[in-house]
Design a protein around this ligand. Sequence first.
Ligand code: PLP
Length: 406
Amino acid sequence: MTQPDVGDTDLAIHGGKPVRATHLAYGRHRIEEEDIEAVVQTLRSDWITTGPKVEEFEEAIAARVGAQYAVTFSSGTAALHGAAFAAGLGNGDEAITTPLTFCATANCVAYMGATPVFSDVSEDTLNIDPEQIESHLSPRTKAILPVDYAGQPADLDPILDIAERHGLIVIEDAAHALGAEYKGRQVGSLSQMTMFSFHPVKHITTGEGGLIATDDPKYASRLRMFRNHGVDPEVRHKQQLVNGQWYYEMQELGFNYRLTDVACALGLSQLKRLSDSIRRRREIADYYTSVLSSLPGVTTPVEKFGTKSSWHIYPIRLELSRFKVGRKEIFQALRAENIGVQVHYIPVHLHPYYRQRFGYTPGQFPKSEEAYETLITLPLFHSMTDPDSQDVVTAVQKVTSHFAIR
Ligand SMILES: *Cc1c(COP(=O)(O)O)cnc(C)c1O
């Protein structure tokens, strides 16, 4: 791909012609005929809720990410809730996570009556900084929840080391990182429990859906019980042999968090194209980096040596001292060019719920807050065309050069 002309420099937000005629979303699912075929086949079968496709999908994901077990849930958020339950989080417990994430990462801790404790990010990857974690430990700490921000795996070795030394459970939020690698190992095979999401903007989709990968049979069994009203399927089977086929027993307070066969048929079909999806996302990310890394006032995302990002999103950071306007104006100018930019994320501790319930205040996590003020996520998804990605680059060049301080 060659560097496109900047062309018309009248910003669309000031009445000029937009770079594109149609809106380009920041992320988007990709559904092929074979996906539709797979779903229709399941709709015509005997099972549409929990049947053979669920198990087949779980086995396929477990094999793909190098885990012994995989347990599907109705969403990534439900899967995180399940992991927090399986980890035994409860009243009075604490779990450490990053402020720079989607609120669901921290919410699952609060669902269990435990307290989410934030620990700031590293400036380069915007992942939780392992060096700061220990200062947030207390006798009540039970778990650490790192997030693989943008698809770049968190620095897991030191995190797993801290966890081992202090007897903590690591629940990795890998909603962005299906197919990513850390030091030659698959994300999904590293932490005690790893969550993947199958929301339509993620690498593969089941509509809504999520999963926990784990090597521990105890966690797998607690996760299966939790997603099905607290009824343990293995215990139930044994009891039915004794008590009759109608029999079931609730061991714990669970939920209906099951994923359906229809959804898993879609997921299985999508999974076949995961490697291709990552390859395409990487190609676009490499193109963005090749052009935008030399753009004044723009910092492009890093991929750490020894890791492979799955390139879920492509967040750039603005050096605001080099622009006449703030991030908001640059964001809005890009939207006016029909580039569907986004911001990932509003730091979780700044949400009113977190301030009121846990007493968090602005200024507590300066790296996350500073990053938030300067972040803009550019469109990145595997069905983007080369002209789409060139439009993104053209618009970023056009808008940043217009507002640059010379
Ligand atoms: C998408 C996402 C989730 C939640 O997943 P859902 O499937 O939408 O419930 C959690 N954490 C992060 C970082 C995410 O990006």
